[in-house]
Design a protein. Structure first.
Length: 163
């Protein structure tokens, strides 16, 4: 796992006891999305190492313009107070896009664990410049899911990332 230094004090958001287990939950969400006919991206929000929200990209399934995996996980977590977000970490199988990064910044989620950023790289440098700790796992399952999906569904993928 590669880690970046942060500009803000993230001591309250220390790495979860088991990042591997939490990323596995995000991968399970991605697989669920694929099984539903959607884009295989999954995410979980964890507070103090415990999952409080799960989600996967549901743009196709729900005909949504904004229901990316990270947004779905945040929605699943429901309303949280500011202190809870500051103790959280977001796990995503793919590097978050501009929209999802905006939610991370809005709620001041201090840490994002990224399954892979080979097939798509969101505004990671900007996130780091705003103090978010990003850990890129470079998980082969995440890479394989996205590589296969993009090869089979280039138009859906382009739509999802706004191209």
């Amino acid at each position: 796992m590669r880690s970046s230094s942060a500009l803000l004090d993230c001591s309250a958001a220390t790495p979860a006891v088991n990042d591997t287990e939490l990323m596995a939950a995000a991968i399970a969400e991605a697989r669920l999305g694929a099984a539903e006919g959607g884009i295989p991206i999954g995410s979980v929000l964890a507070i103090d190492g415990e999952i409080v929200g799960r989600g996967h990209n549901r743009r196709i399934q729900r005909g949504s313009a904004v229901l990316h995996a990270e947004m779905d996980a945040l929605e699943d977590a429901g309303r949280l107070d500011a202190a809870a977000y500051r103790r959280s970490a977001l796990y995503s199988t793919l590097s978050p896009c501009d929209m999802c990064t905006g939610a991370v910044l809005l709620y001041r989620i201090p840490r994002v664990v990224i399954g892979e950023n080979r097939t798509f790289r969101g505004p990671e440098d900007y996130s780091r410049s705003r103090g978010v700790v990003l850990d890129v796992v470079d998980d082969p399952d995440c890479v394989d899911m996205m590589t296969s999906f993009i090869a089979k569904n280039p138009d859906l993928w382009s739509e999802d990332i706004g191209e």
